[in-house]
Design a binder for this molecule. Structure first.
Ligand code: APR
Ligand code: PHB
Length: 390
């Protein structure tokens, strides 16, 4: 089989890239290790930055998002029983869109297949060959047979645990990493959200986040040990801890059946460079952020916007300037999002090795935000999203 761009991974990065390339008249084939049902059912993030919402609307895949998504004009920071609302609309004129990542995956798969797109599910044993030549190709197994996909460009959209990043020889790449001494225990519950906007709570017992998926489905998280055994957390224990950490006079946390629970470790990670010959790393394959800033999906979309623009020029004219600087362009935004995500995480979580002094400084930083339009504006600008291409 031959195509212009071989894409490894049918997550948000791979699917959005295939969709935008198609709109630019560029053919691609997406190779996904898992089944369609698996990728469409994977519960992940849920907040779209304003530029990403616009991108989905502008490229014809925003219908269900407009119908089912929840526009949010602010978030609430809660500490010691006090709320401070970050007014996105008032400070930046923008909002964010709360819309499940798995619905974006479903919407993009539907759009690609309706447009005759080529997505090969359950394609395993993927290996990238000849990435330093002008004729790279991908080998994979599917249906008990070996296959070969010849292409001009390979996009590694296979996430943090994929094989693309490792295709770049170790001496040719540098990783930057921060492991956090905690993780998030996340639940989906059939419970009406107890707040109209997201609540980020900083509590002495640990961080908690109240989010949502719809008027009847809540998404909540609480800080836990990175290797927490979910078996130790009954539904009652989860609800009780969430009530404690989210407590504020007059606030009642409604509960309901928990339909999904999991523990996610937290890390910051970036690999440089994000390109090697004809291989281009996109999204989680190149970088991971702690979810506190809700940046993971949005960073993937920004990488896709940069790569699409570069490939459209290269395939049309052969001019490679934008392609040669793909990684450099992406990393300008990646590192700004890394800083913001690290800062939000450091600001709101309990660090067991914090001295009393450091805990006071943490509280003072929150107070500084609460008391400063400039500080609140900086948080709002980063949360609603920087321009996709800086
Ligand atoms: N071969 C083929 N497919 C693979 C391979 C492989 N060797 N390894 C991984 N994949 C697939 C995974 O099954 C997954 O569907 O690549 C896809 C990668 O998708 P994501 O991990 O979602 O990464 P990305 O598309 O960059 O989206 C980033 O997803 O994980 C969240 O928090 C993250 O919100 C962020 C978003
Ligand atoms: C979510 O709704 O899953 C969510 C929202 C905000 C975050 C992280 C996750 O910072």
């Amino acid at each position: 089989m031959r195509t212009q761009v071989g894409i490894v991974g049918a997550g948000p990065a791979g699917l959005l890239l295939s969709h935008l390339l198609h709109l630019n008249g560029i053919e691609s084939v997406v190779l996904e290790a898992r089944s369609r049902a698996y990728v469409e059912g994977r519960i992940r993030a849920g907040v779209l930055e304003h530029p990403v919402e616009q991108l989905l609307n502008d490229t014809g895949v925003g219908d269900r998002m407009r119908a089912e998504g929840l526009p949010h004009e602010g978030v609430i920071l809660r500490t010691e029983g006090r709320d401070h609302r970050i007014d996105f609309k008032g400070l930046t004129g923008k909002h964010v869109m709360v819309y499940s990542q798995h619905k974006i995956v479903q919407d993009l798969i539907a759009a690609r297949l309706a447009a005759g797109g080529n997505i090969q599910f359950e394609a395993t044993g993927v290996s990238l060959q000849g990435v330093r030549t002008d004729t790279p190709y991908i080998l994979y197994e599917q249906g008990g047979r070996q296959h070969r996909l010849d292409c001009a460009i390979i996009a590694g959209c296979d996430g943090f645990h994929g094989i693309s990043r490792e295709t770049i020889p170790a001496p040719a790449r540098q990783s930057f990493e921060r492991e956090y001494p905690f993780g998030w225990l996340g639940i989906l519950a059939d419970a009406a959200p107890s707040s109209e906007e997201l609540v980020y709570a900083s509590h002495d017992r640990g961080f908690a986040l109240l989010s949502m998926r719809s008027p009847t489905v809540s998404r909540l998280y609480l800080q836990c040990a990175p290797d927490e055994d979910i078996a130790n957390w009954s539904d009652d224990r989860i609800w009780g801890e969430l009530r404690t950490r989210l407590a504020r006079d007059g606030f009642v946390l409604s509960d309901g059946p928990i339909t999904q629970k999991s523990v996610t470790p937290m890390r910051s990670f970036v690999v440089e460079p994000m390109q090697y010959g004809r291989l281009f790393l996109v999204g989680d394959a190149a970088h991971i952020v702690p979810p506190t800033g809700a940046k993971g999906l949005n960073l993937a979309a920004a990488d896709v916007a940069v790569l699409t623009r570069a490939l459209a020029v290269w395939f049309r004219s052969g001019v490679a300037d934008l392609l040669d600087t793909y990684g450099e362009t992406c990393l300008r935004r990646v590192w700004k999002a890394q800083r913001f995500s690290w800062w939000m995480t450091s600001l709101l979580h309990r660090f067991s090795d914090h001295s009393p002094f450091e805990r006071r400084v943490q509280r003072a930083e929150l107070d500084a935000i609460f008391g400063s339009v400039a500080a609140s504006t900086t948080l709002a600008e980063n949360y609603v999203g920087l321009p996709l291409i800086l």
